[in-house]
Design a protein around this ligand. Sequence first.
Ligand code: S3P
Length: 188
Amino acid sequence: MPGGDTIFLIGFMGSGKTTLGHALASRMPGWRFIDLDEEIERRESLSIADIFAKYGEATFRDIEADTLRALATHSHPDTTLLIATGGGTPCREGAMEWMNDHGLTVLLEASADRLLHRLVQAQSQRPLLRGKTPRQIGEFIISEQQRRAVYYDKASIRFPSDLLETREEIEDTCLRFIKEYHDIRHAL
Ligand code: S3P
């Protein structure tokens, strides 16, 4: 497999972008994982929650778009760059087109129940879920996924990500991902 590729993991909050990205990079020599939210936090020296609180969502979206472009245009020829975007990264006009021009976009899809379960556990890091009850998070997942579908639907491939809870599930999901990735790259 020649290097120099970029894979963008996209999908709703809780779809497993970070978990799968870390797991894949630890198994695949020559794959480098970058989590866009972590990169933003490092560059700004602030948590995502603090960036929202201090500057507001619109400024966060500008920083997010700039950081994505800076990361993805510096890939090394021998490295497959695996970038976990934020759930809202694809929802800026032109973002999906830009990612599709610069690599392979993979939409991680988990069921609404699975997203709810994961997000209730990791609510505090996510400013858009602040102050919401589990029921309100469930409603938000449904309505926001519908609103975002027009962007997410532009992904090159869709990949089921319900099974990422145990070590065995992560292993199986990684193997499935790698096989699918190779099949697609060989077909192109
Ligand atoms: C957001 C998703 C978050 C983070 C921010 C906004 C969104 O990333 O970028 O809280 O709009 O869906 P994760 O998808 O990694 O949680």
